[in-house]
Design a protein around this ligand. Sequence first.
Ligand code: NI
Length: 372
Amino acid sequence: MVKRFLLTGIFVFLLSSAVWADTTVRYRAKSENQGSSVYFDCFSVEDTYYFSVRDIALLLNNTEHSFSLSTDSDGAVLIEKKQSYSETGTEFNSSIGKKKRKYDTSVFNVKCGDVLYSLNSYYINNRNYVKLRDICNIIDINTQWNSENKTIELWYYNDEGEKITAAEIAVLPAVIVDKSKPMVALTFDDGPSANTKRILDTLEKYNGVATFFVTGNNASKYTDILKRITDEESQIGNHTYDHLRLTKLSSEGIRSQVNRIQEIVYSATGVYPTVLRPPYGEYNSFVKSNVSIKMLNWNVDTLDWKTRNAESTYNEVMNTLADGNVILMHDLYSQTADAVEKIVPTIVEKGYQLVTVDQLFYAKDNVKGRIK
Ligand code: NI
């Protein structure tokens, strides 16, 4: 099921900044690490691959070429060879290489031994992306692009002169939403829950994606599901921490309700939500002015929470089916997961693409249910 890791992402980035070159494409990269597959983002800018420094460190951890990352007093990132990388204590992204605009290029200073390197980098989603080749040069490892199977091999010669592969990265081709074909965004609120897995299984089976608007307790409890959602290219939206009516809260209250979810999702997945759905769909201009990301409700309400009946949920979706629909469901209920098992294959059969909210914003000028 390789294809499905590629659906999202690129669209948001392409819309965002003139500085961000036209030839920039977001890809998913896959590598095997101690028996399990690891997925992460990479970007191709004018045919050069950019990776997050942290992802490269993780990839080479437990190999001959492992390296640690820390910050020195001048604010440069220190690379120490032959040390193991630990994700904690290396929060250098917030201050180094950061520019006001999200996709600006910036200089990323790296120190290794006595040498200071100023690398060209992109700052995206609060992470620094640098040329894979630049980092590999610093840690004395070679890169080789294999165009036939779209892999990047990281290799070196050992003391005996034998060529050793330290890691192999598969770059998965990007799949783009076809604007000429109909699409719907399935959205699931209030979870995750134990039933979310079955919904993800169904989406995976039919190469579809969806958006999950999560709340605080559930998001904290099911961080593994959050990770799976983004790994499989579905999207996580913000549904606030306590599911309170935002129209009753102060500015500080609204911001705290939103920001707590932003941080939970970021620490579980490395990605900040880009869209908020206010609890109960309630908002006013004060709420809007205190939310910095886009806001979206829905145009089809299945009332799945009320009926708890798979047939009724299915019928509501099918009776209203139209291009660009934003469909509200809740991944708390087993009956909703049952309905999804029927909805997804039927919709796909009818020629609809299942897209995330961000993909919908990319593809449509007027998104149904859009608040801001
Ligand atoms: Ni809700």
